[in-house]
Design a protein around this ligand. Structure first.
Ligand SMILES: NC(=O)c1ccc[n+]([C@@H]2O[C@H](COP(=O)([O-])OP(=O)(O)OC[C@H]3O[C@@H](n4cnc5c(N)ncnc54)[C@H](OP(=O)(O)O)[C@@H]3O)[C@@H](O)[C@H]2O)c1
Length: 345
């Protein structure tokens, strides 16, 4: 199979993806009969280009676009905005990796909708479309006979969705919990080692896991968006991030909970999702966990998800230091699954 990719957004993940596709070119061809090329890319500030003949990942990586300022050889400037790019760039699949808007999922939802309506597969690492519009977009993908895949939306490329799809047949997910936000749990872990909250936040910013304004992480928005994605996809829920209860979170609450922590306990920010009759309830909370709890053993930077199932009972996935490389891997895994004919989760 030859997949022509149009990449919307080309930041940390876009660069890691093109590098991984170049490195894995032979593996993909020989093991999965999958050949990938780029027929376009677009960013907010650099604008876009298209190349109907296709540019190999190695050639695109070598071109240095968009930081070099020069278009890759064989590309023409794309005349139009991001939405037009999603709808009309000549490609089999749109890779949607623009910035997350945790309050509405826009404009990424529009990008994904436009690509699906144009009959293109979509692979996204952007949580927004799946948290706010999963049912609609899944139905649209089915209507057009194309794939909608999103492994990297939660815990980078950790195989949450593909594992459930491929390896948990006839299983009902009863609930899940976990320290799903890397930044909050990095900060709490550093506080446990004696740093102040400010020092721990500065450390998280220095290694590139926290934004200049870390409130989305500390106040539980990021975890709420991730919990919504997992609940809607794996539990058939129809939540929005605003439905996730986020009481007692934020910087001051973290300071107070840290000061009040009983000996022999570790403080974690957890997303907790449970069935309650026909409903699904979700919350993000600060939890004091005994050191024997699996989450209490995680080092700063690690994230985890424990699925409660009716077949395997409890199943835990732990990710070490995540980042753009692992996120790129999740996108590569989605592309391989498309080549194998697995189009839905
Ligand atoms: N980084 C990770 O490890 C990671 C992990 C899991 C999921 N994700 C998700 O993956 C996505 C990409 O992350 P990233 O780290 O690559 O972000 P990033 O480095 O900030 O790059 C974002 C890219 O999107 C472009 N962009 C933003 N808004 C746009 C718009 N409206 N139209 C067109 N282009 C737009 C930016 O263009 P300009 O630079 O020109 O503005 C930039 O090229 C995000 O949704 C993120 O939440 C990332």
């Amino acid at each position: 199979m030859r997949l022509r990719l149009a990449c919307l957004g080309f930041g940390n993940v876009g660069r890691a993806l093109v590098t991984m596709l170049a490195e894995k070119e032979r593996d993909l061809r020989e093991r999965y009969d999958l050949e990938v090329c780029y027929t376009g890319a677009f960013t907010r500030s650099a604008g876009g280009w298209s190349a109907p003949e296709g540019i190999t990942p190695a050639a695109l990586a070598a071109s240095g676009w968009p930081t070099s300022g020069a278009l890759p050889a064989g590309a023409q400037p794309f005349a139009g905005d991001a939405l037009a790019f999603a709808a009309t760039c000549p490609a089999d699949a749109l890779i949607e990796i623009t910035t997350l808007n945790p309050q509405s999922g826009l404009p990424a939802i529009d990008h994904v909708r436009a690509a699906l309506n144009a009959g293109r597969h979509v692979v996204t690492a952007n949580k927004g479309p799946i948290a706010y519009a999963y049912r609609e977009l899944r139905a649209l993908a089915a209507e057009h006979g194309v794939a909608l895949r999103f492994e990297s939306t939660v815990m980078d490329g950790t195989p949450i969705f593909s594992m459930s799809e491929a390896s948990l047949p006839a299983t009902r997910i009863e609930g899940f919990r976990g320290p799903m936000n890397g930044t909050s749990n990095y900060v709490l872990g550093r506080m446990a080692r004696g740093e102040s909250l400010e020092e721990a936040v500065a450390g998280a910013q220095k290694i590139g896991i926290a934004e200049a304004d870390p409130s989305n992480d500390l106040e539980g928005w990021d975890a709420a968006v991730k919990a919504t994605v997992v609940a809607n996809v794996l539990m058939g829920a129809d939540l929005r991030p605003g439905d996730v209860v986020r009481d007692g979170l934020g910087a001051e609450a973290m300071r107070q909970a840290h000061a009040a922590l009983p000996p022999g306990h570790a403080l974690k920010q957890l997303a907790v999702v449970e069935r309650d009759g026909d409903a699904v309830r979700a919350r993000v909370e600060l939890a004091a966990l005994p050191l024997s709890n699996v989450f209490a053993t995680l080092v700063p930077g690690e994230t985890a998800l424990l699925l409660h199932t009716d077949t395997m009972r409890d199943l835990t996935l732990i990710e070490g230091d995540g980042g753009p490389g692992q996120t790129a891997f999740g996108i590569v895994a989605d592309l391989v699954n498309i080549a194998r004919g697995r189009w839905t989760v």
